[in-house]
Design a protein around this ligand. Sequence first.
Ligand code: G4F
Length: 335
Amino acid sequence: MKALITGITGQDGSYLAEHLLSLGYEVHGLVRRIALEDPERRFTRISHLLDRIQLHAASLESYPSIFAVVSRHEFDECYHLAAQSFVAESFADGFSTMNTNINGTHYMLAALRELRPQCRFYFAGSSEMFGLVQETPQRETTPFHPRSPYGISKVAGFDLTRNYREAYGMFAASGILFNHEGPRRGFEFVTRKITSTVARIKAGQANELQLGNLEARRDWGHSKDYVRAMYLMLQQETPDDFVVASGDSHTVREFCELAFAEVGLDYRDYVRIDERFYRPAEVEALIGDSTKARTVLGWQPTYTFSEIVREMVQNDLKMILGQNQPLSEAVSEAR
Ligand code: G4F
């Protein structure tokens, strides 16, 4: 089996590549040319896989570049994970978020329809699509009410995917994934921002953590668990959409409390509220009902919330204390 992963250099892409390789897949990745030119920085999550995967340069903003890659290989499955995925950035530049996320998805679907219609397609939908939630917990039938350009772009990608399925009979499925984290998470997302700063405070390299809304509530799972659900969605007899969630929700404050406690500190001594990190429109509380994924796919998560926090803090401590890694540089670059 040959799989193409867009966004292979990201957290989910790297875990998914490992999973597919372990199942005997030939794994291909779509990367921006800039990544090929700057491999040291851009390939950190997949450096251990480079001799086992094939990378192709293409841009989600260029249909011809996607068309060229799809025309050269007979892919059986395509996992479309690449996107501008940082919600706060989508408020800063909604235009490029829309362009990359909506057109990029459309280009992938159009190229596959033209060249390889039998290729199964996975779209990375998001719980951000529920936004101002219309019911709790959120499930596949819950109406969408996105609250950010990012959320709007994901609703459009979700609708495009469903439309290709209904109009052209393609095997196109969407995962509606709730927040998923892990040691490979980008530093701009709140969980990694917290755990990396906890490590820097413990190492004496920082003395406070500036955050926005501490009361926001998320259903946090582990990326490693969630990529298994992506794979399972493409192994079904018929294409469908699935909520992937832990069913457990916690506030940003609770995440801080556990992360600081992991190194013997009290978060109240270090966390400062900074209005800059509030969003113009917030998604206050998300919690998913993944009954369908659990019954139809036979999927279930293996990590608990506290295990995720512990693994992320311990990893950041190791990076900063063990290997003299320039964690502070990476962190400031991400903001
Ligand atoms: O970690 P976040 O930036 O993730 P967010 O916005 O929930 O989105 C993530 O999960 C989605 C799935 O639901 C994905 F589709 C998306 O691509 C991304 O992976 O923020 C989580 C919460 C927000 O409510 C935010 O307002 O944390 C709050 N928060 C408070 N202070 C902060 C901060 N978020 C960030 N990034 N930085 C802060 O200082």
